[in-house]
Design a protein around this ligand. Sequence first.
Ligand code: F6P
Length: 373
Amino acid sequence: MSKSIGILTAGGDSPGLNAAIRGIGKAAQYSYNMQVIGFKDGFRGLMENRIVRLDGNALSGILTIGGTLLGTSRDKPHKMPVGGKLLDMTDAMVDVYNKHHLDALVCLGGGGTQKNAFRLAEKGLNIITLPKTIDNDVAMTDVTFGFDTALGIATEAIDRLHSTAHSHHRIIVVEIMGHNAGWLALGAGIAGGADVILIPEIPYDVKSVAESVLRRSRAGKNFSIVAVAEGAVSQEDAKELNEYEKLKDSAKNKEDKEKVKAKLDHFLAKHEGNTLRLSKKLEELTRLETRVTILGYLQRGGAPSAADRLLATKLGTACANFIHKDKYKIMVAVRGDGVEAVPLEKVVGQKKLIPLDHSWIESAKSIGISLGD
Ligand code: F6P
């Protein structure tokens, strides 16, 4: 009997999602004669049984389109806002899966989605995931789809910011996404020729950043581009954060945990607007005119790059093949030129940050880019 599969996309939208849905769906139907449905808006649509048929022409003409035709949300199965309360709705999702007599559910997403999908796998569902995010921070895969497109957009933005920076002799501080990882900022910073790159993996000293800019200025270069990852922190803030992490680890009861969480939330709220504060401080220390550009959602929008289309198609078709072979509770990861089935328990709760001995860090330093340390 032919298999029936469901697909959902969760977490932030990302270029390549439609290409991946198309890859899974077409391979599932054409190579293995499976039935394919999609659930709207991530885990919420699964809970509410809102489905989209992905047969016939539904998968045509979507390869190049940004976002996700299924819609997405950041809702978590075990903490779903329902009627003003946060409820554990995993059992309701299991019921919907069974109601459709599904043989597998494919969840496309980043780190959070891997965790949420794992929760459903623990309930006995045949879960398989794909690593998607512009942040490139999913553990156990060489790369995630969406990253290459965002890298191209952020690089082009830095290219364009050079025009104003050199014409007006300004410092331009450009904020780049990436959550708590610096892949996008470091990659685009190097590719776009930024002079300073600040990433969460290397806490910065604002005086050292100002000194790098002033050194350029003394050498006759009267503009600078500072690429800052949204999660970059100063050395003082990094110390504070470390303290909270330690407190979190040592918190024994619910009350302690809530206190640490409140402190962390307060810290994160304070961290909002960090790039603007950094820019003001740089202006104060260097006395050079400084401006900020926050790239924001521009980095996630529009058509996926050729590399992301290829990657999403490769992962999608491999996913259909794994389902055909009844291989579940796995993430379809990228390993070298090929793909690999990684057990989900090895992925969840991990984050792939930039190792300090990574070749990009080495290259940046050896061409004189300041990393603010
Ligand atoms: O994970 C992708 C990402 O774009 C991060 O880079 C960013 O921190 C976050 O999503 C923004 O989330 P939201 O879409 O909820 O604003």
